[in-house]
Structures are given as structure tokens and as C-alpha cells.
Design a protein. Sequence first.
Length: 457
Amino acid sequence: MNRPADRVTGPVLAPRDKGYDEERAGWQTARRHRPDLVVGAAGPADVQAAVTYAQEHGLPVGVQGTGHASAAVAAEGGVLITTARMSAVRVDADARTAWVAAGTRWDQVIDRTAPAGLAPLSGSAPRVGAVSYTLGGGLALLSRSFGYAADHVRGLDVVTADGRLRHVTQDSDPDLFWALRGGRDNFGVVTGMEIDLVPVATLFGGVLIFPVEKAAEVFGTYLQWAATVPEAMNSSIALISLPDVPAIPEPMRGRHTVHVRIACAAGDPGAGERLVAPLRAISPMLDTLGELAYADAGSIYNDPVAPGAVESGTAMLGELDAAAVRTILDLAGPHAPVPHIVELRHLGGRLAHPPAVANAVGNRDARYLLNVISRLERAGLTQIRPAHARMFEAIGPWSTGGRFLNFMNGENAAAQVRSAYNPTDHRRLTALKAVHDPANLFRLNHNIPPARGPVRD
Ligand SMILES: Cc1cc2nc3c(=O)[nH]c(=O)nc-3n(C[C@H](O)[C@H](O)[C@H](O)COP(=O)(O)OP(=O)(O)OC[C@H]3O[C@@H](n4cnc5c(N)ncnc54)[C@H](O)[C@@H]3O)c2cc1C
């Protein structure tokens, strides 16, 4: 196969080339992209050249930032564009905005915004790719207070299927702007985005860790508490089977523990202290809550930095009761057939409000987001998959039927992708896909297929 090397500044690598494996590797090691060609884009012109080449040769296009989500989208064949070299941040502190290039991680953005006392709407893991996270919705540490990250995008630079580089805003192309914010990688390769920053230099945050013997009491108290807290309070609760490794301190090593993660943007740390009093009253075995610089907010979830093999599933839930808690504890507690992390992220607040400029992010009525995560280092897929399936079936009565795109891994069935959107929005997305990518060049992803005929509501 001839290559677009003469048109590209970065490396262009085929399977037998030195460096191919490093270029396609990402954080998620469970499944890897195996493209015909990988193009290490050094800038928007390289992305244009790669997309044009793929289009000319009838090859599908995949994109990889940090590879945190590659489990569901591992490309077999086609052209994979990697964006790690496209890392840049420009901050306008007066306007409270930042421009972020395609391959930039959130920690690189925060390094530039923190000195100005500003923060992006980043999530639990600072090393996730900022652009992909935002295009997939972006459930932030502070989302109950400010909304989804996708609700705070001002403009996008994107290479569309025709190879054109466009600057897309609400004024220039309201339909494409709507679709890109939530439709993620279905409408083009985003080379940069302009986002709002929020005036948060510090928050009240950390984690409370309880022994599993208190799990029923902690979950019960947490759910009652979460129903009453103001928008300033952001939190999640997780039942975690901790591995038996020296990095985990005693007495938590090798045990099940309950973690309540807190990120309160009330401004006054005293307000956070008062709000968490009912949780502290259950006497956690570890309490790290206190005033925290936003730049250190990654310590709240302490998500793993090193690459790993992960299988996970996700569901949006409504209000939860004691029977829902029993279901989770029965299936994920010490008697579970495989070790899990089962977390409930508290939604509502600003997440439930329509954004100032509408976008495609769906399921705003959900109250909790459930994630079930297992590491392949600790159990095989043949054990993990049925255990996850049992959990999602059992929690079915509390599910809204929706899912959150950013947490979909290994579940690329069309019906599951549809569940990330409101039905009319999904129909609109398929109609726009037929306009902007009729050949479905961008299909190595959680795919929104182009509508085949006129779309009716
Ligand atoms: C430990 C961990 C914690 C997480 N925490 C959160 C969280 O708190 N909130 C949240 O919302 N999500 C969270 N996520 C999910 C994460 O935001 C998504 O998986 C996100 O898509 C990762 O982007 P990436 O670039 O890092 O990964 P990649 O695997 O490189 O990319 C993921 C997808 O995005 C597409 N993509 C990448 N770059 C571009 C681009 N420039 N233009 C168009 N499409 C592109 C790719 O096609 C790919 O399908 C978490 C994931 C992990 C593993």
C-alpha cells in the first residue's frame, strides 16, 4: 500500500514498521488497535492529509488520544490517527477560556489554568484526553455545579470527512456544532477546542473510606444525604475490592471497602465541612477531606495512571432505594465471583438543566450513573462478562435505559450507542451524519450510522 508519508510531518507506520506498536498503544491494554496505517499527526495539516488519504482509498478512520477508551473501538484495519503530538494549551484568563489541542491531557490543561485561579471541567482522571472526554459529554468532578464539559465548548476546529479543516461554532454551523458536542468522533477529527473555564482554585474534597461491614449503613445514609445536598456538592460512592498488593496500606489491603468521594465547590470550606457531617458521623477508617487545590483534585478518585486491561459497563439510573443497595452489595461484595469496582456517581444539579447552547448529550434526567469495572489482571473475561451481565440485569428495575458515551467500553452494539441519546436527538444525529459523513468514514468508534432515507420525528 502506498502511504501519505510525503504529505505528513509526523510518522506514518505500517504493521511491520519499527515504532508501530508504540504508536498504537494506549492506556487501555485489553484490546489494541491494529490499523493498516497509523499516522502520528503533528498538526491539523497531518490530520487533513490522513483523512484525505483514507477517503481516497476507501479506508475507515479511527482516532486515538491517550487510548483510555480503546476497548470498544479497537480498529482492525483502516487508518488510525494518533494525536499525542498535538499537545498545546492557550489560556485567556480575562475571558475565562482556554484553547486546547487534540492530544492534550487534562493535567496539562490544569497546569496552565491553575496559576490564573481557573479550572476546566475535567473529570476524575487528570490523564484522560481533554478533547475526546469533552466531545463524549464530559462528566466533570464539578458537573453538578456547572454542567457537562460539553455544555461549555465555544468553538471546535475539526477535519470533516471531506478533508476540510473547519472552525465550527454556534454561529458558523449550529447543526454540526450541536452534533459534535456529544456525538464525539462521528463527525470528524477535532484538532482543537475553545472551552470555558470556571473560577475554582480550591475546593473542599477528598475521600472517606469505610470497611465493608458498614456498607449497608454507608450506602443508605449516602443516598438519603445525596437527595438533599445543594448543587455545590459533587460526590460518588463506590464499593471497591482492593487488591492484595503492598501499594495498598493495611488495613485496607486485599479487602472490600466503601469510598465516598467528595468535591464541593461551595467556596467556603466551612460549608463543605457542615455538609459532610452526616457521612463523617459513620466513623470512616480513612478521612482525607479538606481544602484541596484544584490542581491536586486527581487525588480524590486516585484513578490508576499506569496502563491496564479493564472491562467495564455503565448504566444511567433513577432514584435508588434500599432494594437497589442490597442488589449492589449482594453482587459486588465479598461473595462476588470476580473483583469489581462498582460506583454510583451522583447526577442532577446543573446536569439536569439544558445548556445555554443545546448539544447532543442525552439522559439529563438520570439521578445516578453506575459504572462496573473489573481488571483483567485479577480475573478472566469469561468470568467477568457474566458477572457484569448479572449486575446490569439485576439493577434493571432502577435503570432509565440510558447510558453515558464516555463510559461505554466493550459495548459497541448500535442499540447501546443509541441509548446515549434522546431518541429524537439520535434521529437528528443520523440525519446529520448522512450530510457530513455519508460513507461513514468515521466508523471505528461508538458509531452513529448515516440515515438511509428522510428522517422523521
Ligand atoms: C480511569 C478513567 C477515568 C475516567 N473518568 C472520566 C470522568 O470522570 N468523566 C468522563 O466523562 N469520562 C471519564 N472517563 C472516560 C473518558 O473520558 C473517555 O474514555 C474518553 O473518551 C477518553 O479519551 P482519550 O483521548 O483519553 O481516549 P481514546 O481512547 O484515545 O479516545 C476515545 C475515543 O475518542 C475519540 N477521539 C479521540 N480523540 C479525538 C478527536 N481529537 N476528535 C474526535 N474524536 C476523538 C476516539 O475516536 C475514541 O473512540 C474515564 C476513563 C478512564 C479510563
